[in-house]
Design a protein. Structure first.
Length: 255
């Protein structure tokens, strides 16, 4: 069931979105060669605490997870696509990092992700991250009242495939509101004109994930959480929480 949010609800979600944006910025600011991945999680925790916000990630345990998630951010490095668990691993010059963070504030959720390079960037990583951001922008542009979920999926998939990148099957965006994951699902590839029709008041987390090697295959690492590319190529992830409004898409997870 999809809850249609009022304008007041969307404004409240915007405040949660601002917290997410600040947490991502703080975590990214910690990323440097030699810094342990756990430092990024600590920075995000401080932002959430200062805002009086909770984390929809910390303690989250879907049916397939062997353990509750132990952090407030997912930190996915190099060949990790999503759900990377922060640990004592130290970042290295040239690492490609994807950060995913959420916040719960006064009963409403926000969720966003960003990818970037630590230190000196490889040209191929710059292209991959740029394509993820372009795919996200295309998906947001398609989040217009009267369109369908398939139009968002098609917009994202077209950018990814045209650039020669893979799309991990089974992973994509979702509705969001009082909980981090709500209906409807928002795939990263699909046929236009298909799926649920978009209405003002729907709020979606749109999140393309790209595999640099061009294949779609992936596997779950031994920690039971981290999703990695099967070919060992690098991956990028970009995400925003977006409200469908009569005036067009409204991005809620920006500063």
């Amino acid at each position: 069931m999809v809850e249609i949010k009022t304008e007041e609800n969307v404004n409240e979600m915007r405040e949660a979105g601002r917290v997410v944006a600040r947490a991502l910025a703080a975590a990214r600011a910690q990323a440097a060669p030699g810094v342990p991945v756990t430092a990024l999680d600590r920075a995000a925790r401080e932002v959430l605490a200062e805002a009086g916000a909770g984390s929809p990630f910390l303690g989250y345990r879907p049916d397939w997870a062997p353990t509750p998630f132990p952090a407030v951010v997912c930190v996915s490095v190099n060949d990790a696509i999503v759900h990377g668990v922060p640990d004592g691993t130290r970042l290295a010059d040239g690492d490609l990092v994807s950060l995913d963070c959420g916040a719960l504030l006064r009963g409403w959720a926000g969720d966003a992700a960003v990818s970037f390079t630590v230190g000196r960037a490889r040209p191929e990583d710059t292209r991959l991250i740029g394509a993820a951001e372009e795919a996200l922008a295309a998906g947001i542009a398609a989040a217009v009242a009267g369109n369908r979920v398939g139009d968002i999926a098609h917009a994202i998939g077209t950018v990814c495939r045209k650039a020669g990148y893979g799309i991990p099957d089974g992973f994509g965006g979702h509705g969001i509101g009082r909980a981090m994951h709500e209906d409807p699902g928002v795939p990263n590839e699909g046929r236009p004109g298909r799926g649920m029709r978009l209405r003002p008041g729907m709020v979606l987390a749109i999140e393309p994930m790209l595999i640099g090697g061009g294949g779609d295959e992936h596997y779950t690492a031994r920690d039971g959480w981290t999703i990695r590319t099967l070919d060992g190529s690098r991956a990028a992830h970009a995400e925003h929480t977006v409200a469908v409004t009569a005036a067009g898409p409204r991005v809620l997870t920006v500063l």
